[in-house]
Write a protein that binds this ligand. Structure first.
Ligand code: ADP
Length: 161
């Protein structure tokens, strides 16, 4: 089974990595799909930088040989077929996020009836963790060491200089 885990990953956090590890437990192959840009969110890192950080952060993860990081732009419903995927994986931190993602999933299914989605509940330790919060804390010089891999911490430090 091939699973796609799509997102902005701007930047990758320990919450994302937890979802990828868990997806690797039930999928033979996991494609981390990095969107070129999120229409509603202003990005900090370029797509290339986000991919580079994911690559570094995931290099030591068990099963990383069964994982692939791919860039995509446009519709997930189309990227799904391009990857020959069986399922989309999304992490869910709250009922509000579920509501939003459910609407997206239903729209995606309308475009591509083959597309199924598995929602993984966030690890309780990561429920309040988001790329936006990490960026906000880092902008004011706060400690993000427990929230992101080391490579992200130093990349964010470099961005601020
Ligand atoms: P998007 O802009 O597509 O939501 P994100 O990079 O913010 O992209 O998130 C990608 C996926 O990871 C989404 O399914 C999101 O819910 C999930 N996710 C983000 N942060 C966490 C976290 N702390 N724990 C679990 N899942 C998360």
């Amino acid at each position: 089974m091939t699973a796609i885990y799509p997102g902005s990953f701007d930047p990758v956090t320990n919450g994302h990595i937890d979802i990828i590890r868990r997806a690797l437990c039930f999928a033979d192959h996991v494609v981390v799909g990095v969107v070129s840009q999120n229409v509603y969110k202003k990005g900090m890192f370029t797509q290339e930088e986000r991919v580079g950080l994911l690559r570094e952060a995931l290099s030591g993860v068990d099963g990383s040989e069964r994982m692939e990081i791919r860039e995509f732009s446009g519709l997930l419903a189309e990227f799904f077929d391009e990857c020959g995927a069986d399922v989309v994986v999304r992490g869910i931190r709250s009922p509000i996020e579920y509501e939003y993602d459910l609407a997206q999933t239903l729209a995606n299914r309308q475009m591509n009836p083959r597309l199924e989605t598995i929602f993984l509940p966030a690890n309780p330790a990561h429920v309040f963790l988001s790329s936006s919060i990490v960026k906000e804390i880092a902008a004011f010089g706060g400690d993000i060491g427990a929230m992101v891999p080391d490579c992200v911490q130093s990349a964010m430090r470099n961005k601020r200089q």
